[in-house]
Ligand binder design. Structure first.
Ligand code: NA7
Length: 540
């Protein structure tokens, strides 16, 4: 079957892209989704404590005022069921489901230069073709289960948080080991600890966290969200990170140490990612950052009663927000429970997984941690993983896996040379994971929709970036990261460091969403500068 466009993925990106291409441009579109329903990230991430760390009044689409007026979130941070319900509402409102197919995993896509069409293959052997192929596959959808020796010997059950069983997991009376203390592990541990007989948290890198301070939304706040659509949208679209809060104009050095502490304390009380917005230079100036880092480490020491555990938790080796900064509900306090213990893997690394649990060997000697369940909160093969899981072939059989062997190279995170009419939504090289995702997604989808509209209005058959524009943008992405403290955390997944064998290249664009959006706009206004536009061949 042939479509004008195939969109891979039915999360925030896929839904809105379908709406854009079908309802604005009138194209025949098919969305293919591996999951059993829509939701993307939120279809798979159902682990205990899962919650979005963007606030619900900004973690939504802004393309429709009516949609904003109709939808009311219930809590400050939406959980997966509420986000899925929201996306379901969107799908119904815009009649999207009729063009979506679930349970279909795309395994390969190749570009046919004779017809200028993409041939898409699925796991079940189905094939279809499309003029435009849009990868709306998400940035954090390829689960990373580390290759720890012995996992196959483990007699208990194990789960990755990003592939959580739909029916849930009962921890009652179980001895649980959780590997990983990123955003996910920090959300999961307090909830697992409530029902498990014992929870052992295996920490490789200690992490900062700010209280989320989740709460039900008041009727007044819900009204405010409905009545201030323009302002909320305006802020989200004009900041570096797509959140609906402004970043302070002040640098740390502009205030006295007492004022600074008061600012941090107030942000701590407010809770959430707004802490990062307390001073303009927190992510660009190491000395400024160190003041926030010290404040947060002191909060850990104050929260955790056992001094050795507190020290391991506060022994953080990177600047604040250089790795993705988690927000939590009672994470550090959880270590005061009698049924929770911490293993510091820097001191006592995992030697292997055994039939009965996890064996560590280090400063504390050899220790067997008996477990019934292992939870891998070990993150994702981020950004490139979901794309490279598919065998994508461009002109002359050119392989994306080969092209990205030394790291992803894109133009604006939107396209790759040699892969005409293939678009990536929030791909590597775009602000993506450094932002509140729906805002970045909308910007990309709008740009792609406009671009395809332009191609069709002007009889242009193909678009792909030039090699030079791609090289230059790839260098720009590295330079943007170098200007921030994010460059210091070489062991972060922003660099791909969490996946064995992955090239160590900074993947998202750290120059800010607002600046990036302007760049994309300018490129389009100048006739798609940096792209090669292929006109239809005249008939022979
Ligand atoms: P993250 O942020 O990648 O966190 C994964 C955690 O798992 C992190 O603490 C890792 O330690 C740890 N990890 C990974 N592999 C291992 C091995 N082999 N041994 C021990 N520990 C390991 O993933 P999340 O799911 O928490 O969050 C992903 C994003 O989702 C998040 O940033 C938000 O955007 C939402 P490390 O730090 O690598 O030493």
């Amino acid at each position: 079957m042939h479509f004008d466009a195939i969109v891979i993925g039915a999360g925030f990106a896929g839904l809105y892209q379908l709406h854009g291409l079908r309802d604005r441009l009138g194209l025949r579109v098919r969305v293919l989704e591996a999951g059993g329903d829509l939701g993307g990230t939120w279809y798979w991430n159902r682990y205990p404590g899962a919650r979005c760390d963007s606030e619900s009044h900004a973690y939504r689409y802004f393309f429709s005022r009516e949609l904003n007026d109709e939808w009311q979130s219930t809590e400050r941070y939406p959980g997966p069921p509420e986000i899925r319900a929201y996306l379901d509402y969107v799908a119904k409102k815009f009649d999207l489901r009729r063009d979506m197919k679930f349970g279909v995993r795309v395994t390969a896509a190749s570009f046919d230069e004779g017809t200028n069409r993409w041939r898409v293959e699925t796991e079940s052997g189905e094939q279809c073709t499309a003029t435009y192929l849009v990868a709306a596959v998400g940035c954090l959808s390829a689960a990373n289960v580390p290759d720890i020796p012995g996992l196959k010997d483990f007699r208990g059950n194990w789960y990755h948080t990003g592939q959580w069983p739909q029916e849930g997991v009962d921890f009652t009376g179980k001895r649980v080991g959780q590997i990983g203390t990123g955003s996910t592990g920090i959300q999961a541990a307090p909830v697992i600890a409530q029902s498990a007989a014992h929870l052992t948290v295996f920490q490789r890198t200690a992490n900062y966290s700010v209280p989320a301070r989740n709460a039900p939304l008041t009727p007044e706040f819900k009204r405010w969200v409905r009545d201030n659509f323009d302002e909320i949208r305006g802020i989200a679209r004009s900041t570096v990170n797509g959140h609906a809060f402004r970043i302070s104009e002040r640098n740390v050095a502009d205030v006295t140490p007492e004022e600074r502490e008061a600012v941090y304390q107030a942000a701590w009380e407010t809770g959430g990612l707004q802490f990062r917005a307390t001073f303009r230079d927190l992510v660009t100036d190491r000395a400024a950052n160190a003041t926030a880092a010290e404040f947060l480490k002191a909060r850990i020491r104050a929260a955790v009663k056992d001094p050795a555990t507190a020290e391991s938790l506060a022994n953080i080796d990177h600047p604040y927000a250089a790795k993705r900064p988690p927000i939590d509900t009672d994470y550090f306090e959880t270590f005061n429970r009698a049924n929770v213990s911490l293993v510091d893997l820097r001191a006592d690394p995992i030697e292997r997984i055994t039939a009965d649990g996890i064996r560590t060997e280090g400063k504390s000697g050899r220790r067997e941690h008996a477990l019934d369940i292992i939870v891998f909160a070990t993150g994702f093969d981020a950004m490139t993983g979901p794309l490279l899981k598919m065998d994508i072939r461009g002109r002359a059989g050119r392989s994306l896996r080969e092209d990205w062997k030394t790291g992803p190279e894109t133009y604006l995170g939107l396209q790759m040379p040699g892969f005409p009419n293939l678009f990536t939504i929030t791909g590597p090289g775009s602000p993506s994971v450094l932002t509140n995702m729906p805002v970045a997604i909308e910007q990309h989808v709008d740009w792609i929709t406009e671009c395809i509209g332009h191609l069709r209005r002007n009889g242009i058959e193909t678009i792909e970036p030039s090699a030079q524009a791609t090289r230059e943008w790839t260098a720009t992405v590295q330079e943007a990261a170098q200007a921030t403290v994010l460059w210091d955390a070489k062991h972060s997944w922003y660099f791909g460091a969490n996946v064995a064998g992955k090239p160590q290249v900074f993947m998202p664009y750290a120059g800010g969403l607002a600046r990036y959006a302007k760049l994309c706009e300018g490129v389009a206004e100048r006739g798609y500068e940096g792209f090669v536009l292929g006109r239809a061949k005249a008939p022979a």
